[in-house]
Each structure stands twice: as structure tokens, then as C-alpha cells.
Design a protein around this ligand. Structure first.
Ligand SMILES: [Zn+2]
Length: 290
């Protein structure tokens, strides 16, 4: 079990699955790729210009609370993409191996409500989707809940998220376990939810600050680090591409200001990204905590 340390906070992760990807999905700009290869390799780009998109959750304890960030896709849930369809992954056993039972989780933070960030909110018991973490408060953005509630007028469905609300969100709302916020929320002295819309309308980050060290769980603000070098670079679709670009720019500024380790949802562990400004220009490195 690899632990990522950010100040006094020890962050473990629970992997669900990984899907090989290639940088050509993001850009065909060879010059840009070569100019950045030295800091991207080997974690974020191999010699064949490939890398793994990793689907994983992060879990840590701070201020006496156990926090779980982005609970993956979950088992037994139908999905149009074969890699996510009806998973049977020992994710709960891996959570156990990381030192946590599902009853131990105090806070579940969903950066957004795509299938791969809220799936383990629920599990199937006697034919019903019930909360996986019975003692947790599930922290979600109001904008995000409204975005994905298919009962709302004008709802805009996307194929990869059909029925996610019914299976992974509604049961925890109905169980009274959801703490709704409007984009910003202090969860304690060290923990703060920050708005970062674009990828989805209510997408958020989780900032952890302890002993002057800072980690920023950035969810799906970017899927490959080159999107920080060129924030206009997109990953497939999204709710609002202009807002997604603006959020990437803001992430760079905030991470530089706080000397934060950026921990994105889907990049290989245990390497986050650090950024510093040199003459006003961002310089990136693969970081691994402090
Ligand atoms: Zn995702």
C-alpha cells in the first residue's frame, strides 16, 4: 500500500480499474509533447506516448474524520461502455486493505456526479441500492444534483450517465445522508470545498491544508497534465468547455499560490503535480507529496 504524504496527512488510494489511453486523444502537437516530455515521463507519458487513466478513490484521516474522495463506478451497475459495465471489482476489500471499513467513512466527497465519481455511494442489497457508507455525510453540490436529476424540466441526459442519479445519488438523498452545498463549504479547519465548474456544471475541488502543506483534489478538471500546459485542450465533451478552461487556469494559479500538490482523479499514483511560477509563467513538475 503506497501512502502519499501531504504534511501530516497520509493519503491512501483505492483503485477500481485502469484504462490505457494515448496522448493523441488529447493533442497531435508533437512539439508541445516533446517540450514537456522530461517532466511527464515516465508517470504521465511512456515512450509510446501512452499512459493509463486510473479509476480510483482517495481516503485519508484529518481532524479525526475519515474522508473518501470520489467513490468510483461501483459494482453491478449497467453502463454503455463495456469497461464500466456490471463491474465485479474487490474495491471494498481494497478499502479494507487500506485500513478502512465502509462504516469508518465520515465524509464522502463527490467532486461531481459522473458515474465514476459517485458509484460506490451505493451498493446492491436485496435488490435495492442502499448507502455503502452508513455513517457518512455525502457532500454534493446543489448545482450538480440539479444537473443530473432526470425529473427536472429541461434535463440534458448524456449516455454515459444514464440512471446514475437513480442508482448512486437518489438513495443517499432519500436516506438523509447528503449535505448539499452551493459550491463552497468548510468541512473543518483543514478541509474546504471549492467550486470548479466546467467539466460538469457543479464540479468542485477539495482542498486539504495542514501544517502549511496543501493538497488539491482536482477531480476531472483535467485528464492529462498537458491540459495544464495548454488549458484550452479539452478531454472529450463536458458541460461547459469555456468554464472548464477557466477552471484549469484557476487551478494553476491556486496551486502555485498555495504550493499545493494537485491530485487529479485519474492519473497514476502516487504522483501528483506541483506548479511554480517563474517570471509569471507556470513550470510543472511531477510531485509526490512532502
Ligand atoms: Zn472521471
Amino acid at each position: 500500500m503506497t501512502i502519499l504524504r501531504v504534511g501530516p496527512v497520509e493519503i491512501a488510494r483505492v483503485e477500481e480499474l485502469r484504462i490505457p489511453n494515448t496522448i493523441s486523444y488529447f493533442t497531435s502537437d508533437e512539439t508541445l509533447i516533446e517540450r514537456n516530455r522530461s517532466w511527464l515521463a515516465p508517470h504521465f507519458l511512456n515512450e509510446d506516448n501512452r499512459f493509463d487513466l486510473v479509476f480510483q478513490s482517495f481516503v485519508f484521516e484529518v481532524e479525526g474524520k475519515v474522508v473518501l474522495v470520489d467513490p468510483c463506478t461501483g459494482n453491478g451497475k449497467p453502463h454503455p461502455v463495456p469497461q464500466f459495465d456490471m463491474l465485479d471489482v474487490p474495491w471494498l476489500e481494497r478499502l479494507d486493505a487500506a485500513g478502512y471499513r465502509r462504516e469508518d467513512i465520515d465524509i464522502v466527497m463527490c467532486t461531481h456526479l459522473h458515474h465514476d465519481h459517485c458509484g460506490w455511494n451505493t451498493m446492491l442489497r436485496d435488490g435495492r441500492w442502499v448507502p455503502t457508507f452508513p455513517n457518512a455525510r455525502y457532500v454534493m453540490s446543489r448545482t450538480e444534483i440539479e444537473r443530473w436529476d432526470p425529473r427536472r424540466p429541461g434535463h440534458h441526459p448524456v449516455s454515459y450517465n444514464v440512471d446514475v442519479f437513480e442508482r448512486s445519488v437518489l438513495p443517499v438523498i432519500e436516506a438523509g445522508l447528503v449535505e448539499v452545498h452551493d459550491g463552497s463549504l468548510h468541512l473543518g479547519e483543514c478541509l474546504e470545498v471549492l467550486p470548479a465548474p466546467g467539466h460538469t456544471l457543479g464540479h468542485c475541488w477539495l482542498q486539504v491544508m495542514a501544517d502549511d502543506a496543501c493538497a488539491l483534489f482536482s477531480g476531472d478538471t483535467f485528464h492529462h497534465p498537458l491540459q495544464l500546459v495548454d488549458p484550452t485542450m479539452q478531454f472529450g465533451g463536458g458541460d461547459d468547455l469555456a468554464l472548464a478552461t477557466a477552471s484549469r487556469q484557476r487551478l494553476i494559479e491556486l496551486a502555485a499560490l498555495r504550493d499545493a500538490l494537485i491530485i487529479p482523479a485519474h492519473l497514476p499514483w502516487p504522483h501528483g503535480i506541483k506548479v511554480r511560477l517563474e517570471h509569471g509563467h507556470p513550470v510543472f513538475t511531477a510531485g509526490s507529496g512532502t
